[in-house]
Ligand binder design. Structure first.
Ligand SMILES: Cc1cc2nc3c(=O)[nH]c(=O)nc-3n(C[C@H](O)[C@H](O)[C@H](O)COP(=O)(O)OP(=O)(O)OC[C@H]3O[C@@H](n4cnc5c(N)ncnc54)[C@H](O)[C@@H]3O)c2cc1C
Length: 548
């Protein structure tokens, strides 16, 4: 994303805020509220009695979870010649990579883009090459990408006082004083992007495991990003709003709750380049990162299976693990699944297991979790709740005169995170007849616990009001006339928050090193949540198993 054209107009009223009467028209289309994984996930919390097992599977490697980490582990195992492994999909197949479909249109219900991978993200480059997304020079300084997946122009725009400006940071709207501060900030992060520690590693690398351990840089983790900005004299209201926006966008919480190291890592770590794309470009698909999930599952040779299926090929089973324990010969998991007649259960035994579920779930599933050095009460990072809302539109709503819809559309001053257009990469002579707009909102205005509680008691109208905030600012109530239906996904435990101190979380450090019968792979291990990190841990577990 081009974050370099900056603005300074703080405080936004918006072009066409919905009128009271207009708002009620929003309720005239059906709204589906989904809580992915909640019902089965809460079985773990509520510890209800499980039905006796009706099947027993034996395999070599068991992967519990089918998100980015689990699917990357499956891809790597298959690539290393393993076929004896089973993936248990969990309460939400594909986790944050899940997507939906409306007729021909696909849309993300979680993650939607991947920045061009940096030099250190060798695992992502190799993966993208295998999946046909990098066409040449995967590990070269500037790989060549399949351009269908590099975000097309116009990439982003920002609504300021009823006028759309190109880019997330439009220089055209920037008074001189703010511009100087903006330049100073980006010069600062440019220097940090090149900085190295005494161990020779980059100060801010992706994955975080490749970053320098030098105390000089790690000391930034002692304070919040907001405190660091204050200390460094960054006071421009618009710059501060923008940096708060980036924290909410990547970490689910505002700059006052995010570590300064993480706030800077966002800018300084992602230095991906390409032969046929601009520096800092991103990759995206109509289904968001659901497209990567499809391709990873295919590359891993995962086939859906049931009890009667005796093929040794990698298998994908529906189910949620309620317990995972070490036994003499390896590991044993008890899993439940929703059968036609109610809950059913089955057992899987394996030589080793990769626990690719979120740590709040692992804390309840893995027997004697403390023995791995992880105490959920002490070490579990706060989990930021998210609303991901898809508006299925029968036609494109009219834009303001002279304005052109971009892929990413943001409203200055909003507490929401704007909306992306799922059909943006659709190359046609004219726009497709139908589209889906995906609106993001991290519930950063409440504590994570209060936000989860609010999600459970909020009415569909309240959820819709919050979910549609930026769309109503951009289009007013008239958008409702184009809207066929809305689907709101409530992600109560969306992502780990990298709060100050997250780099020295000893519980996470211990789980990263676990290399016995149970290994751990999830984005949570990095203390913050992006695809590259989740994939890193899945890849590493599979490599460890393959090389043992
Ligand atoms: C709203 C949102 C938007 C995001 N957008 C982006 C983006 O645009 N780009 C980006 O890079 N990152 C983004 N992220 C972060 C990224 O999606 C995650 O870091 C990554 O997908 C996490 O993958 P994971 O495999 O670690 O975990 P998850 O996605 O959490 O997957 C966990 C898996 O474990 C399974 N599971 C849970 N409990 C059990 C159990 N008891 N038994 C078996 N399985 C279980 C689940 O069903 C699921 O399949 C976003 C995150 C959120 C919440």
């Amino acid at each position: 994303m081009d974050r370099r054209n900056f603005l300074l107009a703080a405080g936004v009223t918006g072009a066409a805020a919905a009128s009271g009467a207009g708002f009620w028209r929003w309720l005239e289309f059906p709204t589906e509220i989904r809580s992915p994984g909640r019902q089965l996930g809460h079985l773990l919390r509520d510890r209800q009695a499980n039905p006796p097992p009706r099947a027993h599977y034996r395999t070599d490697v068991l992967i519990l979870g089918s998100g980015a980490a689990g699917l990357t582990a499956a891809w790597r195992l298959a690539k290393s010649g393993h076929s004896r492994f089973i993936v248990v999909g969990g309460p939400e197949p594909r986790g944050n990579l899940a997507s939906g479909i409306a007729g021909e249109a696909r849309y993300p219900t979680g993650a939607h883009y991947l920045p061009l991978p940096s030099r250190e993200s060798t695992h992502i480059r190799e993966m993208l090459e295998d999946l046909g997304i990098i066409l040449d020079g995967a590990q070269a300084e500037r790989p060549y990408y399949d351009e269908r997946h590099v975000v097309h122009a116009p990439e982003s725009r920002l609504l300021i006082d009823g006028v759309w400006h190109d880019g997330v940071l439009p220089a055209s709207a920037l008074p001189a004083a703010g511009s100087a501060e903006h330049q100073r900030f980006f010069s600062h992060v440019d220097e940090l992007a090149l900085a190295r520690g005494s161990d020779g590693k980059r100060a801010f690398a992706m994955p975080i495991a490749a970053s320098s351990a030098d105390a000089q840089w790690r000391a930034l983790d002692a304070l919040s990003f907001a405190a660091w900005l204050e200390r460094e004299g960054y006071r421009s209201a618009a710059l501060r709003w923008y940096l708060d926006y980036t924290c909410r966008d990547d970490y689910g919480r505002g700059a006052d709750q995010v570590s300064a190291y993480a706030g800077l890592h966002y800018f300084a770590s992602r230095a991906g380049d390409a032969r046929n794309a601009e520096r800092g470009a991103v990759l995206t698909w109509p289904a968001g990162l659901g497209a990567l999930a499809d391709r990873l599952a295919q590359a891993a040779g995962l086939i859906r299976a049931d009890r009667s299926d005796a093929r040794p090929a990698p298998r994908l089973l529906d189910g949620t693990a309620v317990s995972l324990r070490q036994i003499r010969a390896g590991v044993e998991a008890l899993c439940v699944t929703q059968g036609a007649g109610g809950l059913e259960s089955y057992v899987v035994t394996a030589r080793r297991a990769i626990c690719a579920m979120p740590l709040h779930a692992a804390g309840r599933v893995v027997e004697a979790m403390q023995d791995f050095g992880f105490d959920p009460g002490e070490h579990l990072p706060a989990q930021a709740p998210w609303l991901v809302s898809n508006f299925v539109l029968s036609r494109f709503p009219a834009e303001l005169p002279g304005a052109t819809l971009a892929w990413d559309n943001i409203v200055l001053g909003s507490s929401s995170l704007g909306y992306v257009v799922s059909t943006h990469q659709d190359l046609r002579v004219g726009p497709p007849p139908r589209t889906v707009f995906t609106a993001y909102h991290a519930l950063a205005e409440m504590s994570p616990g209060a936000a989860r509680e609010w999600m459970t008691r909020a009415s569909p109208a309240e959820l819709l009001e919050l979910a549609s905030a930026d769309l109503r600012t951009a289009y007013g109530w008239k958008l409702a006339a184009c809207c066929e239906r809305a689907e709101i996904a409530l992600r109560g435990h969306g992502m780990a928050v990298p709060a100050p101190g997250y780099l020295s979380n000893r519980g996470l450090q211990a789980l990263r090193e676990a290399d016995g019968r149970i290994l751990f792979a999830h984005g949570d291990l990095s203390g913050y949540s992006v695809f590259e990190e989740a994939a890193w841990w899945g890849d590493r577990c599979a490599r460890r198993i393959s090389s043992a």
